[in-house]
Design a protein around this ligand. Structure first.
Ligand SMILES: CC(C)(COP(=O)(O)OP(=O)(O)OC[C@H]1O[C@@H](n2cnc3c(N)ncnc32)[C@H](O)[C@@H]1OP(=O)(O)O)[C@@H](O)C(=O)NCCC(=O)NCCS
Length: 344
């Protein structure tokens, strides 16, 4: 029997507070028109003072478990993809594990910035396909608003907060992760960084005064890297799956900028209707963007067993990744789970 790693649960959580472009006009020298035309973003969600990466992650995770009809104690592993963890130690995945009561699960964080969800998806799938684990929960959660310099118009207009979670399970149905491509290129040019607060630059009055605990970005260079890497990586993942772009039911790209998404669509030569977009409502939620988009896609469109979805992302690091995932018959998987080979 062939073991596949398939998506059987999903959920997301975004803060209630909405920050519009018009709100930003009152904070920095910008305009709704500039932000819309350069990025496609109209509004983004901002965490309230009592919300954290882990608290949003827990809500998204519980929704994913409910969707899959599983309890937290059934989990073998929790991976949290984040570059805005609650703390350096403990890992945010450990906090989520505790809050969920997932006492049988190992837990660790993955930091590949905005590519984090794709990295976590591929990592989780290896644990399942190798036979090590049967159920892995991926939580991709970010609170970027706490790392944004709200006086820097180059960056503060771009980011938002939120969390998305996906449950991966072992199945003998022909589906799940079909192909993947991951890549990295050390960001020696400091295109996208948060330099302060780590061991190289521990927090001190100077790092605080210099704003080194906030995101810094050379936007135009990141833009060029993104346009190049998204199209290439997406094509490589489709090739590796033995597919053609037209075989992809929906592309679910990292939601950073509508122009980057458009360039990816053009590189693939697929119709715009095949690309899921919600960057207008959430901005760039880093690792959380792909699973939030996946959840909204699944809320709005029918997916059939055998449909191929393409996830593609780029981010700080620099990192990039793409994965083709074939949808399985989730309902029959859940109903067979009670008695089948993966019975709890
Ligand atoms: C940031 C980004 C939207 C800027 O768009 P751009 O077309 O590249 O614009 P530029 O950087 O060339 O800047 C053009 C001008 O707009 C100005 N500008 C920057 N932010 C602005 C804002 N919020 N409002 C008004 N003007 C702004 C710049 O200062 C610059 O002015 P100048 O020419 O007088 O110096 C775009 O580069 C981008 O999306 N990059 C990728 C960012 C990203 O995705 N990061 C996360 C990676 S996961």
């Amino acid at each position: 029997m062939c073991r596949h790693a398939a998506i059987t649960g999903w959920g997301f959580c975004v803060p209630e507070k909405v920050l519009t472009n018009y709100d930003l006009e009152k904070m920095v020298d910008t305009s709704d028109e500039w932000i819309r035309t350069r990025t496609g973003i109209v509004e983004r969600r901002i965490a309230s003072s009592d919300q954290t990466t882990s608290s949003m992650g827990v809500i998204a995770a519980q929704r994913a478990l409910d969707k899959a009809h599983l309890a937290a104690i059934d989990l073998d592993l929790i991976l949290c993809a984040t570059c805005t963890p609650d703390h350096l130690i403990p890992a945010t995945a450990c906090l989520i594990q505790h809050e969920l009561g997932a006492v049988n699960a190992a837990a660790l964080d993955i930091n590949a910035a905005c590519s984090g969800f794709v990295y976590a998806l591929v990592t989780a799938s290896q644990f399942i396909m190798s036979g090590t684990y049967d159920r892995v929960l991926i939580v991709a959660a970010e609170t970027l608003s706490r790392f944004v310099n709200w006086q820097d118009r180059n960056t503060c207009i771009l980011f938002g907060d939120g969390a998305g979670a996906v449950l991966l399970e072992a199945t003998d149905q022909d589906g799940g992760l079909v192909s993947s491509v991951l890549g990295a290129q050390g960001d020696v040019g400091r295109l996208l960084t948060i330099e302060g607060g780590g061991s190289a630059k521990p927090a001190n009055p100077d790092t605080l005064a210099n704003g080194e605990h906030c995101i810094r970005m050379k936007g135009n260079e990141v833009f060029k890297f993104a346009v190049r890497s998204m199209g290439q990586t997406a094509k490589q993942a489709i090739d590796k799956a033995g597919l053609k772009p037209e075989d992809i039911r929906k592309v679910i790209p990292h939601q950073a900028n509508i122009r980057i998404i458009k360039a990816t669509q053009e590189a693939l030569g697929i119709p715009w209707e095949k690309v899921f977009v919600n960057v207008d409502r959430y901005g760039n939620t880093s690792a959380a963007s792909v699973p939030i988009a996946l959840c909204e896609f699944l809320e709005t469109e029918e997916v059939s067993p055998g449909d191929n979805l393409l996830f593609v992302a780029f981010g700080g690091g620099l990192t990039w990744g793409a994965a083709v995932v074939r949808w399985i018959d989730v309902e029959s998987h859940i109903s067979e789970r009670v008695e089948g080979p993966y019975a709890i």
